[in-house]
Design a protein around this ligand. Structure first.
Ligand SMILES: NC(=O)c1ccc[n+]([C@@H]2O[C@H](COP(=O)([O-])OP(=O)(O)OC[C@H]3O[C@@H](n4cnc5c(N)ncnc54)[C@H](O)[C@@H]3O)[C@@H](O)[C@H]2O)c1
Length: 270
């Protein structure tokens, strides 16, 4: 059901790779709520993925940008502002990648060239996007920026590898930049800490099936789906959450505050 929560708003969605992507669902939900969109992803992802299908569905142009390249981000904002005839009201940062995870390199053995690359893509990119937006004055007053994260930023999940460190820094950047963008232009910046979700990035984590089933049993409401995450992002882009900023918001069915559940105890007693 749509409520027109984003009627008249303009947004940029980073990270829609395929139909499973959280960004893909978020673009669909934002469109249903009345927003106008620009879609973006890394040039290589645009070649491999099926983003044009989504672009057609939500009536949005696709502008390539590698988030590690400042000129690409400048070009993205310039073209988006031209397309919208002004600044943007919201941005979804739905980007993550670790070469150490992909190659199955143990955390204690991480290759630092890979660590740097993953950090640049997964964490520093949020700073780069916000810094470029601020310089170009690309985000409107009371705009909203959401980046997706995972609870491994706070607690140890052994196979999440260096993405744990990347997410910890991502959340810190949201807080710190949120302060400066808030005082300068009332722009709010938050992270949404999502349940494990079956996507290309999610499934890359070793032992993902065990991991997602465990989270399901440890969450009083069960795991939050990608569609539900999209709904939550819509509320954060809307005017109903104007005073929420610099927060890490758990969207996880209660997982983060649960010590143990009856289901897990029953499993342990078998
Ligand atoms: N899937 C999960 O279990 C889960 C849980 C919590 C948080 N998250 C986070 O949600 C976000 C979206 O991931 P997803 O699960 O939808 O997977 P996904 O693989 O569909 O999305 C990741 C995106 O990052 C993009 N990307 C990678 N390198 C890039 C670059 N250099 N420039 C621009 N874009 C680049 C990819 O092309 C892809 O579109 C990520 O931040 C991820 O860490 C995922």
């Amino acid at each position: 059901m749509a409520y027109n929560l984003l009627k008249g708003k303009k947004g940029i969605i980073f990270g829609a790779l395929d139909e499973n992507s959280i960004a893909w669902k978020t673009a669909q939900h934002c469109h249903a709520e009345g927003a106008q969109l620009v879609l973006t992803n890394a040039p290589i992802a645009l070649r491999m993925g099926t983003i044009n299908k989504l672009a057609e569905e939500v009536n949005a142009p696709v502008i390539p940008a590698d988030v590690t390249v400042t000129e690409d981000i400048e070009n993205l904002f310039a073209k988006s502002m031209e397309h919208f005839g002004g600044g943007v009201d919201f941005i979804l940062h739905s980007i993550g990648m670790s070469i150490n995870v992909r190659k199955g390199i143990h955390y204690t053995e991480n290759n630092y060239d890979f660590t740097h690359k993953g950090f640049d893509i997964s964490s520093l990119s949020l700073h780069r996007v916000l810094q470029t937006a601020m310089k170009m004055d690309a985000i409107n007053e009371w705009g909203s920026v959401v980046a997706l994260t995972y609870i491994a930023a706070q607690r140890v999940f052994p196979d999440y590898n260096d993405m744990s460190d990347n997410k910890a820094v991502l959340e810190s950047i949201a807080r710190n930049f949120g302060y400066f963008y808030g005082t300068k232009k009332h722009v709010r910046v938050n992270t949404v800490s999502q349940s494990p979700t079956r996507t290309t990035a999610g499934s890359g984590v070793k032992g993902f099936d065990g991991f997602i089933n465990y989270a399901e049993k440890m969450s009083p409401l069960g795991n939050a789906s990608a569609d539900q995450c999209a709904d939550y992002c819509v509320t954060l882009f809307s005017d109903l959450t104007r005073m929420v900023t610099m927060q890490n918001l758990f969207h996880d069915g209660g997982f983060s505050y649960t010590g143990v559940t009856a289901d897990v105890i029953a499993q342990m007693e078998k």
